[in-house]
Design a protein around this ligand. Structure first.
Ligand code: HEC
Ligand code: HEC
Ligand code: HEC
Ligand code: HEC
Ligand code: HEC
Ligand code: HEC
Length: 442
């Protein structure tokens, strides 16, 4: 065996380069994401009550009609302690109607100012409870964090805080790659040196036939590659043709940025509360804006915690203002102005006119969950078309899905006959006639 004269110098170079790469990549990835210190100093409790307990009581009893800083059904409550004596407030909260009836001037005045809306009586609250609530309403308004205020309301603002951005990672990878190339170059050089030192001739390439000429001469190879090429292009052409008219993943921008994730996901509103027609008719329908106002009379802005790095609170609040503009709701007077304009939702799912599809048949009769066909809607920030809606998709499911016959008298007899005919225990939708052209085509 030949002795490697240059061995040690080569290993040293190798080790050095490796170590360099490692330290570089480590230091790049070890950025400290927790650097953005969160300043969560609790506000000093105001004298005369426990603000934390007060907040709890406020949210449980008062938040339905009151907000701290904006008018809702009742007036904004921040700083209300400076308007009235505590004794008056006890009486008012425990039973405002009594106080009004007694002719108390201040009470009558608020009552008149608020269109004579009646406030619920809270005889169950003790003076201490009310102290706590008033302490909570006396807290100074929290400063909005600078970051949130500066955030643009436009969608797609970049998340700079959480973790390292993709660009940094890509840059690091590119650097590592470049280093590898340099390293290989070194190794090659060293190996050549070693070879020369040991008297081995490194062969230089001898000129030979260009590869394409060799290829052209081999008829078998040419034939095989021609066939492969044809097959491949046929595959892609077929794929292209088949996706014409298929709008899977279609997610248009809607006139109001309406998030199913916030409504159906975070707040667990049932799909059928809004799409109530899905149970009983062919179409699931888009809810009318009155349905929205059942809740949004009182929800004029989203909570601070609802904002995401992508969509700021200001952006969401603006969307709710669009809803108000459309139904003609005046937030300050809490009344309808009568000036309405329809919201033009962009239709997402749309079967061709020659296809008959019925929601109630699938949702009520077959008991299929919305999510089977529409995907995990409760996680969609933006609604999209989940299923391809092709004929193959419908047929496929009809072949696989058993008809739900339990508790459905209508099916008992037909099920008996058909299961005898097919000799099976359970019938699929296909065996019930779900493959007949006329069932789906007019
Ligand atoms: C059902 C709705 C409703 C609930 C619940 C409610 N309020 Fe009221 N509140 C009102 C209305 C409406 C007014 C305005 C006076 C009126 O029309 O009676 C009002 C007025 C007030 C006022 C006088 C405000 C001012 O600026 O003059 C105070 C104080 C008050 N509420 C405290 C409370 C507290 C505390 C709670 C919870 C324990 C509460 N309210 C729960 C509807 C409500
Ligand atoms: C608070 C009311 C509300 C609730 C609850 C709700 N939706 Fe919607 N849904 C809407 C509105 C408004 C639209 C139209 C705007 C859009 O497409 O984002 C819509 C659109 C859709 C569409 C697309 C319609 C089209 O144009 O093709 C589907 C599918 C859908 N919803 C399914 C669901 C499912 C499934 C659930 C339950 C997980 C659900 N929705 C819960 C209000 C609601
Ligand atoms: C059952 C009550 C309820 C109904 C009905 C409802 N919402 Fe909401 N909506 C909410 C709640 C709760 C929030 C979130 C508040 C928060 O996060 O602080 C919200 C937030 C929003 C937002 C801001 C977040 C976003 O999705 O962009 C918009 C816009 C909105 N709703 C529009 C609508 C529209 C349009 C309808 C009618 C199709 C509707 N809402 C029906 C309860 C409701
Ligand atoms: C078996 C599959 C299937 C199930 C289950 C299903 N959908 Fe659909 N949905 C469709 C198809 C297909 C369309 C397109 C209909 C068309 O274009 O005529 C559609 C359209 C819609 C639309 C658009 C507007 C309309 O009225 O057609 C909404 C909204 C909708 N579905 C909501 C729901 C909700 C909510 C549920 C659950 C209660 C549900 N869907 C269950 C297949 C399904
Ligand atoms: C997730 C599975 C599923 C998908 C997807 C589906 N279906 Fe169905 N479909 C069923 C089941 C299950 C039944 C049987 C319901 C019953 O008990 O009558 C059914 C029944 C039907 C029927 C009535 C058949 C009969 O014998 O009376 C029609 C029509 C129909 N589907 C049309 C469609 C169309 C059109 C599509 C595609 C746009 C589609 N379905 C997609 C599961 C599905
Ligand atoms: C379960 C429901 C269903 C049944 C059963 C069904 N189809 Fe369809 N068919 C569809 C749907 C949905 C489409 C629309 C597909 C699309 O838009 O990509 C369609 C589209 C078609 C088209 C047009 C294709 C195109 O790309 O425009 C033809 C032709 C057709 N069907 C013929 C038939 C024939 C023939 C039968 C009986 C052997 C049949 N269909 C049975 C649901 C069905």
């Amino acid at each position: 065996m030949k002795k490697m004269g240059n061995h040690s110098s080569m290993t040293r170079k190798l080790c050095f380069s490796l170590a360099l790469m490692l330290t570089m990549s480590l230091s790049l990835f070890a950025q400290d994401p927790a650097a953005a210190a969160t300043d969560t100093a609790a506000p000093a409790p105001s004298a005369g009550g426990d603000t934390a307990k007060g907040k709890e009581l406020f949210n449980a009893n008062c938040a339905a009609c009151h907000k701290l800083d904006a008018k809702a059904t009742g007036p904004a409550l921040r700083g209300v302690a400076s308007k009235y004596e505590m004794a008056w407030l006890y009486k008012w909260v425990k039973n405002s109607s009594d106080l009004i009836k007694s002719g108390d001037a201040a009470a009558v005045k608020v009552f008149e100012e608020n269109n004579k809306a009646v406030m619920t009586a809270f005889p169950q609250l003790s003076n201490e409870d009310i102290d706590n609530i008033i302490a909570y309403t006396s807290e100074p308004k929290a400063e909005t964090p600078v970051a949130a205020a500066g955030a643009t309301p436009t969608a797609g603002a970049q998340n700079q805080e959480g973790g390292i951005s993709n660009n940094v990672i890509l840059g690091a990878l590119a650097l590592v790659m470049a280093m590898l190339v340099v390293l290989l170059f070194f190794v090659n050089n060293v190996l050549r040196k070693v070879a020369r030192a040991n008297g081995i001739e490194v062969e230089s390439k001898s000129p030979s036939m260009p590869i394409w000429k060799a290829f052209a001469k081999n008829q078998f190879l040419v034939l095989v590659s021609a066939i492969l090429l044809l097959l491949c292009s046929a595959y892609f052409v077929y794929g292209y043709l088949m996706q014409i008219g298929v709008d899977q993943e279609y997610a248009p921008i809607q006139p109001i940025h309406y998030s199913h994730k916030i409504h159906a996901g975070d707040n667990e509103i049932n799909c059928k509360y809004c799409h109530s027609a899905a149970r009983v008719s062919k179409n699931a329908g888009i809810p009318s804006l009155n349905v929205c106002m059942n809740c949004h009379k009182n929800i004029s802005e989203v909570a601070e915690t609802t904002a995401t790095p992508e969509y700021s609170k200001a952006f969401y609040d603006e969307q709710i203002q669009k809803l108000y503009a459309a139904v003609g709701w005046d937030k300050t007077t809490q009344s309808y102005t009568g000036k309405t304009q329809p919201v033009k939702w962009v239709r997402i799912h749309n079967l061709p006119d020659f296809v008959y599809f019925n929601h109630s048949q699938h949702v009520t009769v077959a008991g299929i969950e919305c999510q089977t066909c529409h995907g995990p809607v409760e996680t969609y920030e933006i609604q999209k078309q989940f299923a391809p809606l092709t004929m193959g998709w419908c047929i496929d499911c009809h072949r696989k899905t058993d008809v739900k016959t339990e508790g459905n008298e209508y099916y008992t007899k037909i099920h008996e006959e058909l299961s005898k005919k097919y000799g099976v225990e359970k019938l699929t939708a296909a065996q019930m006639g779900g493959l007949e052209c006329g069932k789906c085509h007019y």
